[in-house]
Every structure is written in structure tokens, then in C-alpha cells.
Design a protein around this ligand. Structure first.
Ligand code: FES
Ligand SMILES: [Fe+2]
Length: 420
């Protein structure tokens, strides 16, 4: 038996042309688990999901089961959910509170909230043995967004976020007190596709006027401009924020305030929305508040698995090469009225719920792509708009919304990570 040679990612991802093997090759998927998810940073949870000591949520890093848990000092740890004795999964529920410690179901080993091994039943038999504590992931926290890696010496967390941090800022600043809350529960969807097809689709501005045309023709919404306008009339831009992070800057196409909340010249703001604008002005001053009121939260992908989906937060869990779990939840704002957050929940249902337009439309399309890749590998062409990108005022690469500059941003980072 001969060892298989390493995969050459510089030929698989090359200048806007992607070999479709990346979506269904088991070896590539295993490489991604190691290089992107185990050795690099990925999103795991938001701090608001574990408000009290002992609170935990079950998450995974790549395929490894982990717990995001708050300890008695208020710090959030990300610790393995596998008992170090014989591997039993420790916490079975999606979320809960373990009080002061985590006890294994099998032989009763007890672990602290930092993963330390506190006690072993019938301890005499363990005397002198170096039983292990629960492995702890390396954690980065930016404004409550918790990222983790199994790499004890990863690249600096803030270097990884780079300019993408300002995308998170723009989401969080929609709250007049600068805090969001993800406690409405996560909806879970299984796509029969590779995880990267979901990332690509989220930041693809080219399909909107075709795949989602039925939405625009059915109801008045902020997507009408994107769907019904001609190529020269579209003002929305696609932006490469560096490090694989990218955005469809929808606000460039908004013509009125709070359009992102569903208001327009034809649909005047309700009293709670007017109050919300006042709260923002009081908190941030007129200039900054005007920008937030007009622009709203971003539509952006933070490489590799966090999608800031306007008033929703979405992330992806990878498990198999051809299957991806998407979780989404409304991004609730602290410091606003209940009516405001109710509005955000309704928007979440309309955009991403099981009877919504976007999620089923995109699910069908991406599953059709995945099915096509089962045949002979083909070249995926993501070169649209190459050569007509501009540097914006901040030096970021931006282009027409239908240009694949956002997808090229993702793949450029992918190639860097996979060839490192
Ligand atoms: S497997 Fe956990 S205590 Fe034995
Ligand atoms: Fe879509």
C-alpha cells in the first residue's frame, strides 16, 4: 500500500476557478476539519447564551463535542464534552446548568467548570495515576461573540478577525447599549450540501434577483430593489473585508430609514420604531445614530462559519462532507422595547423560518449544486466582475453586488489556510 500524496490546494483553488472536488472529497473535508476548524478560529457561541455560572451550551469544534460554560468567576470556558476516563459524552442536553460541577454518567468522575478533574470514586485505585482534566479550547471573545480553536498557539485572535471586527461592531451597535442577546432559541436545519456551499450562497449577490424573485413579486420588501432593478440601477455593493470576511452592503440600496426593519416611504414607522431611533440618537449622537438607523446590521460572513445575517445570527456546524447543519436565531437587542425585539423575531421567521422564502429557496438551489458534483469533477467559475473591483475609501475591495468578489474573498483565505 502506498501513502496518498498531499492535495495541492493551489491548483484546486486558482484565481476564481474552483475544482468541485472541494465539495465532496472526503480527504479534503478531513484536511478542512484539521486546518480550518481545529487549528484555526471558528465561531462557537455568544456570551449571552450562558448568563449565569454553571450555564452551558453544547457546541462542536469541527466534529469534536465541546461545552461552552461559564465558571464561578464569570469567565466563559470552552471545554471538551468527552469524559477523559472512557469517553462518555458528559452533557446530553443542548443547554442547561450543571451547578458547580459536571459528573460523568458512567463511573462518576467529577469535573469542575474549568475542566479540572475534581474527584474520582473509589480513589485508592487511582492513586499515583495522572488522570486527565477535560481539554480546554483556546478562546477569543469579541463583544460577546465567542470563537474557539483546538490550537494552543493559534494566530492572534484579533489578527484573525482583522477588519471583520467592525462588521461585528455594526451588528452590536444596533443596540443603544451596545449589547445583543441570543436567547430566543436556535432553529436547526440540515442541508444535504457541503458547508462551503452555504457560505458561498450567503454572500452571493448574483442569485438574489433570480432565486428569490418570487419573494419580490409576492410582497413589498427591502429586497425589491435587489430583485427588480436592472444591472445599472443596483446600488448595493459586494465588499471583501480581508481574511476571508466579506459583505453584501445592502444599505447602499436603501432609500429610507429603518428599511432593514421593514419600513419604507410606503410603510411609516410605528411608535416603537420612532422610540428606537430616539434611543439610538441619545446613545450615539445624531451622526452615528443616523448611520445605524439607515444602514442597520450587516449582511456579512465571518470566515469560516459565522453569518451576520442582518437581524439574525447564523452559524454552521460541520460533520460530514455532504451535510451541514445551519443554526439560526434572531439577534435580539438589549436596551430596546419588547415590541422592537418582537419585530426582530417576526423578521427572523419571515426570512429563515421553515415556511419562509429565503431558506427553502437557497436550500433547494445549493442541494442541486451538490447533486451535480457527484459526477466528474468540474471547474466552478467564480470570476464574475474580476477587473471591475474598486478600492473603497477604507482601502477595501468592493464591486457591483452581482460580482463574485465576496466568494473570491472566501476562497482566497481558504487557499491561504489550506496551503499554510
Ligand atoms: S467514562 Fe466517565 S467516569 Fe468512566
Ligand atoms: Fe439566497
Amino acid at each position: 500500500m502506498t501513502a496518498q500524496s498531499a492535495i495541492d490546494y493551489s491548483t484546486i483553488v486558482n484565481n476564481g476557478i474552483i475544482n468541485s472536488r472541494v465539495y465532496n472529497d472526503e480527504r479534503i473535508f478531513e484536511d478542512e476539519i484539521k486546518k480550518i476548524f481545529h487549528e484555526g478560529w471558528s465561531f462557537v457561541a455568544h456570551e449571552s447564551e450562558v448568563p449565569k455560572p454553571g450555564d452551558y451550551v453544547r457546541r462542536s469544534i469541527g466534529r469534536e463535542p465541546y461545552l461552552v460554560v461559564r465558571n464561578r468567576d464569570g469567565e466563559v470556558n470552552v471545554i471538551s464534552n468527552k469524559c477523559t476516563h472512557r469517553g462518555t459524552l458528559l452533557c446530553q442536553e443542548e443547554k442547561g446548568n450543571v451547578r458547580g460541577a459536571i459528573t460523568c454518567w458512567y463511573h462518576g468522575w467529577v469535573f469542575g467548570l474549568d475542566g479540572d478533574l475534581k474527584s474520582v470514586p473509589y480513589g485508592a485505585g487511582s492513586r499515583g495515576l495522572d488522570h486527565k482534566c477535560l481539554p480546554k479550547a483556546t478562546v477569543g471573545n469579541y463583544r460577546g461573540f465567542i470563537f474557539a480553536t483546538l490550537n494552543p498557539n493559534p494566530i492572534n485572535f484579533r489578527d484573525y478577525l482583522g477588519e471583520g471586527a467592525s462588521l461585528i461592531d455594526r451588528a452590536v451597535e444596533c443596540s443603544p447599549v451596545g449589547e445583543i442577546r441570543l436567547n430566543a432559541g436556535w432553529a436547526k436545519f440540515l442541508y444535504k450540501t457541503n458547508w462551503k456551499l452555504q457560505c458561498e450562497n450567503n454572500i452571493d449577490g448574483y442569485h438574489v434577483n433570480y432565486v428569490h424573485a418570487s419573494l419580490a413579486r409576492s410582497i413589498e420588501s427591502r429586497y425589491n430593489e435587489a430583485v427588480l432593478a436592472g444591472e445599472d440601477e443596483l446600488k448595493t455593493t459586494a465588499v471583501d473585508w480581508g481574511n476571508g470576511h466579506s459583505e453584501l452592503f445592502l444599505a447602499a440600496g436603501f432609500s429610507s430609514d429603518l428599511e432593514w426593519l421593514g419600513y419604507s416611504d410606503k410603510k411609516p414607522m410605528k411608535p416603537f420604531a420612532i422610540k428606537y431611533c430616539d434611543q439610538l440618537r441619545e446613545a450615539y449622537g445624531d451622526n452615528r445614530a443616523s448611520r445605524i438607523i439607515h444602514d442597520g446590521p450587516p449582511h456579512a460572513l465571518i470566515f469560516p462559519n459565522l453569518f451576520l445575517a442582518e437581524t439574525n445570527i447564523v452559524y454552521y456546524e460541520v460533520d460530514q462532507v455532504g451535510e451541514t447543519v445551519q443554526r439560526h436565531t434572531p439577534m435580539l437587542l438589549e436596551g430596546v422595547s419588547d415590541e422592537m425585539n418582537t419585530r426582530i423575531i417576526r423578521l427572523c421567521e419571515a426570512a429563515l423560518g421553515p415556511s419562509s422564502f429565503f431558506l427553502p429557496d437557497d436550500g433547494v438551489i445549493t442541494e442541486r449544486q451538490q447533486a451535480a458534483f457527484e459526477g466528474v469533477p468540474m471547474e466552478i467559475d467564480l470570476r464574475r466582475g474580476m477587473g471591475r473591483e474598486n478600492k473603497d475609501g477604507m482601502g477595501l475591495m468592493e464591486s457591483h453586488v452581482t460580482d463574485e468578489v465576496t466568494n473570491r474573498a472566501f476562497w482566497s483565505r481558504y487557499r491561504e489556510v489550506m496551503t499554510a
